[in-house]
Design a protein around this ligand. Structure first.
Ligand SMILES: [Zn+2]
Ligand SMILES: [Zn+2]
Ligand SMILES: [Zn+2]
Ligand SMILES: [Zn+2]
Length: 304
């Protein structure tokens, strides 16, 4: 299926406006933040709460410290409290709370992304490591060019991109986009555009942007997969741009949105068009950038 082209690239001014609006309107329901434990009575405190540092409320890992009166403290807070217990002001010394460390060792807890679908139950001490790489951990917003603080699962981010960033959404595995810019010589690093494609039951982000590669102004187009790295490898895509009897073709695997946009861009993992070539493709008298980029996404055979 062929899709209609999209004209025009948003100017930086428009982007700035949008970014400000976003900061005000976007809120993601909080994902299991550690509860703050202000309860001093140990009889009503669960073991789990005992393992929260009373100062920073982070989970504590060995060495867990305590003052002579038994108030606990995580190791990073200990370095910041000038050898005084933050609870009772007693001198801290170097006492480790071995009992609590042992208790922690016997604990098994659900991954904090269980609400996103992770079913792992993990020993306390390996929970953090698992969560930092958990398949179900939330993705950060793939909208480039702004420091959007939103994260969440893919369906959430798709609606966020559509509703809050007003990103164009298209269905189908082929596309045909026109990028037009009136004054192509005023290329700024931040001139870019994002379109989302929906096919094979998945979402893909097509990035198009202008930036300075060394001394040379270039345009770059690349696709990112909205999902995990391991699933991204099941897909391939091609991009084609040309004009005046010349053609550039790029073929590759989409990168996961786990890799941030800048990382993909800086590794040049996509279709790169030198500005001179881009203007040549555009025809006319180099006054206007008019690129037609066609592309296709497909699922790799003999892969799940
Ligand atoms: Zn702490
Ligand atoms: Zn104390
Ligand atoms: Zn997990
Ligand atoms: Zn966002």
């Amino acid at each position: 299926m062929e899709l209609d082209g999209i004209d025009g690239m948003p100017s930086m001014d428009v982007m700035d406006e949008e970014d400000k609006t976003l900061q005000r309107h976007c809120q993601f329901p909080s994902i299991s933040k550690p509860r703050i434990n202000n309860n001093d009575n140990p009889t009503t405190t669960s073991v789990h709460e005992l393992l929260e540092c009373p100062v920073c409320t982070n989970s504590m890992y060995p060495p867990i410290h305590q003052c002579p009166n038994g108030h606990t403290l995580c190791s990073s807070c200990k370095t910041r409290v000038d050898n005084r217990c933050p609870t009772c002001r007693q001198e801290l010394g170097d006492i480790r709370c071995l009992a609590l460390e042992k208790i922690a060792e016997s604990l098994k807890l659900a991954c904090k992304f269980s609400t996103f679908g992770c079913q792992e139950i993990l020993p306390y001490y390996s929970k953090l490591k698992h969560e930092s790489a958990c398949y179900y951990r939330p993705y950060t917003c793939p909208y480039a060019g702004s420091d959007c603080p939103i994260d969440g699962n893919i369906p959430f981010l798709v609606s966020h991109l559509r509703d809050d960033h007003k990103v164009d959404m298209h269905s189908g595995c082929t596309f045909n986009h026109r990028y037009v810019k009136a004054n192509p010589c005023e290329v700024e690093n931040a001139t870019w555009m994002l379109t989302v494609f929906h096919c094979f039951g998945q979402y893909f982000c097509l990035h198009f942007e202008a930036f300075q590669l060394g001394m040379a102004p270039v345009y770059m187009a690349f696709l990112r997969f909205m999902g995990d790295e391991s699933d991204a490898r099941n897909f391939s895509y091609s991009l084609e741009v040309g004009g005046n009897g010349r053609k550039l073709i790029w073929e590759g695997n989409p990168r996961s949105i786990r890799d941030n946009h800048k990382k993909v861009r800086d590794s040049h993992d996509g279709l790169i068009i030198q500005r001179n070539m881009a203007l040549f493709f555009s025809g006319g008298e180099r006054k206007e950038l008019k690129l037609r980029i066609t592309g296709r996404i497909w699922k790799e055979q003999n892969k799940q």
